[in-house]
Design a protein around this ligand. Structure first.
Ligand code: FEO
Ligand code: CA
Ligand code: CA
Ligand code: CA
Length: 600
């Protein structure tokens, strides 16, 4: 089949300068409007947002959650012509929260009050918002729509794929190991060719504790704490066992009497049907268990397996791909394609070649290496629960924090952000991670080798991020004031082949230094022209992006504005500019004033 030519690449705007303003900045000729901030009434009794932080846990279950992250716009006709740019569902993640901003005076002491914890659990997860353009052409929430939905850290979910029913996911809540409650730390996202949303569980391990004398490897390797969860949810008493489950210590006679296995029900990619508000989210265990940042499909081909990429965002962790066992056919495509397949991990060789190493219990080479290391896996389920350990044994390449991936809509080239890794020592550098103490990150890319059925690939470094003057060896790219950047994170190709790059600087890099506030840039990957398109407000991350099919509306998320606030002093007031309001994470709608394509 002849592939369609890419649309002409457009980059007709003037780059904006880095800045530290407490607002969002876009190029001349564009307008940016905040939309659906944290606490927006979304469903049920539509409880109003209370500006003093006093909304209850029940309120938050009916409002837009906190810390907006990965996002996708599904046109109302997503499963047929996929052309409606006026009405659809906007689905976005809520990664975590800032208790200093969420509650009137920050978090109350220990034990945590049950309703504060209820509110925090509800601030996590996913929002599904039915939106439609009004008579003025501006998107608004459709009040009363049955499609509006909140998925939270408490929503019942099915465990599917090889781990379903395994002894290591048996809990007091699900004695046959088929269900769990909630999704947490939903960072990047994805979407399927069959019109469903994928949310990714990233830093879930920190929500749990396990004080047993010896933690099992499936807790230890992922960083489950010994003394407390990050928000001490396990200390709250709701009168039921909702919050005890964050204590994964062995308390009962066996796993069916406690929550020692609760952390094993996290670390997955979760599929959500955004058009069926009664659907039960499905945890897809065949895609592996790690700190999933995002998930991205290669273009599907009728009659061929699907290929899906996902990064594990932690220092010295890996990049993975999943290939389904069954072939994709448009007429029958669905979640079953995510339940049975092979998970691979990437090895980047110094000569620019790369290999995909199968993490399969039937891979004799892997099992021999495991035996040499004194490690055994009982089953594919056991291997998947311990994906990081299996990847260690396989000899994969330890990367500088893999964040989002993006696949070029025509060429199929895969790009991945490696956000930073200041822990890499000079003796630990390799060709794919070439900088010691890598504070600013880079973007790697590869092309699958068709001659090996995708078991190998060829890679290069697309961009080394950094200050003005940073050059990427072997290319014509030297960063300037128009495009210097640090800590690339969010990444997405628009359908016209433009690559959108979002930054997540934190700590001193976010608060001072040459880069200004976190931002979004856009690249023409062919010419390596890169221009700054968007700058976020103070102490905020820029993350999550989506387009309408006509590419004339862009949705971008602003996460954790003012994240160095105390309960009485806010470092940002965005989206307000009154000098007093609590900051609120929100989506931003960007349009071009002449009604044109974004980026043109
Ligand atoms: Fe939640 Fe890897 O950023
Ligand atoms: Ca991220
Ligand atoms: Ca990040
Ligand atoms: Ca974040």
């Amino acid at each position: 089949a002849v592939k369609p030519e890419p649309a002409p690449v457009l980059l007709g705007f003037t780059a904006i300068a880095a800045n530290r303003l407490d607002t969002v900045t876009v190029p001349a000729g564009y307008t940016a409007r905040p939309f659906l901030p944290m606490g927006t009434p979304l469903l049920g009794s539509y409880p109003a947002y209370l500006a003093d932080g006093s909304n209850s846990g029940s309120d938050m279950e009916q409002q837009v959650g906190a810390h907006h992250d990965g996002m996708h716009f599904f046109p109302l006709d997503a499963r047929s012509s996929n052309t409606n740019s006026d009405e659809g569902v906007l689905v976005f993640n809520h990664e975590y929260l800032d208790a200093n901003v969420l509650h009137p005076m920050g978090p109350t002491g220990l034990p945590r009050p049950a309703d504060e914890v209820r509110k925090e659990v509800a601030a996590h997860g996913v929002t599904v918002a039915h939106i439609k353009k009004d008579a003025q052409g501006q998107f608004q929430l459709v009040q009363g729509s049955p499609l509006n939905r909140r998925i939270t850290g408490a929503t019942p979910m099915d465990i599917t794929g090889p781990v379903r029913g395994d002894a290591k996911v048996v809990t007091k809540y699900s004695q046959d190991g088929t269900r769990t409650r909630g999704t947490l730390n939903n960072c990047g996202n994805g979407f399927t060719p069959w019109g469903t949303y994928l949310t990714c569980e990233e830093n879930w391990a920190g929500y749990f504790m396990n004080a047993d004398a010896t933690q099992p490897r499936e807790h230890q390797r992922y960083g489950v704490g010994r003394t407390n969860g990050r928000y001490y949810w396990e200390t709250a008493d709701s009168g039921a066992d909702h919050y005890q489950r964050f204590n994964a210590s062995s308390l009962g006679a066996d796993a069916s009497e406690d929550y020692r296995n609760e952390p094993n029900t996290f670390g997955w990619i979760v599929e959500i049907d955004p058009f069926n508000p009664d659907s039960v989210p499905q945890k897809r265990t065949a895609l592996g268990r790690f700190g999933h940042e995002g998930v991205i499909f290669a273009p599907v081909v009728e009659g061929q397996p699907i290929t899906v990429y996902s990064g594990d965002d932690s220092t010295f962790e890996y990049i993975y791909k999943y290939v389904s066992k069954a072939a994709y056919f448009k007429a029958t495509a669905g979640g079953h394609l995510l339940n049975d397949g092979t998970l691979y991990v990437a090895k980047f060789n110094a000569d620019g070649s790369g290999e995909w190493l199968a993490l399969d219990i039937n891979n004799q080479d892997l099992m021999a290496k495991a035996a040499l290391a004194g490690v055994s896996f009982d089953s594919q389920a056991d291997l998947l629960i311990n994906t990081r350990l299996a990847a260690d044994i396989a000899g994969a390449t330890k990367m500088d924090r893999p964040e989002w991936g993006a696949v070029h809509p025509v060429t199929g080239e895969v790009y991945f952000t490696l956000t930073n890794n200041t822990s890499r020592k000079p003796e630990q550098i390799d060709a794919a991670n070439p900088r010691a103490s890598n504070a600013t990150g880079h973007i790697i890319r590869w092309k699958e080798n068709a001659a090996t059925q995708g078991l190998s690939f060829n890679w290069d470094i697309f961009l080394l991020a950094g200050d003005v003057g940073t050059t990427t060896p072997g290319t014509n790219l030297t960063l300037t004031a128009d495009n210097h950047m640090a800590s690339p994170d969010g990444l997405c190709f628009s359908a016209n082949g433009l690559l959108w790059i979002q930054t997540d600087m934190s700590g001193s890099q976010q608060g001072e230094g040459p880069y200004g506030n976190n931002q979004m840039l856009v690249a023409d990957p062919v010419s390596r022209t890169i221009r700054r398109f968007f700058v976020g407000p103070v102490d905020a991350e820029v993350t999550g992006l989506a387009f309408t099919p006509d590419l004339k509306t862009m949705f971008v998320n602003v996460q954790h504005p003012g994240d160095r606030s105390t309960p009485t002093q806010f470092t940002s007031h965005w989206p307000a500019n009154d000098g007093s309001s609590r900051p609120r994470s929100a989506t931003v709608i960007i349009t071009k004033d002449d009604g044109g394509v974004i980026g043109s």
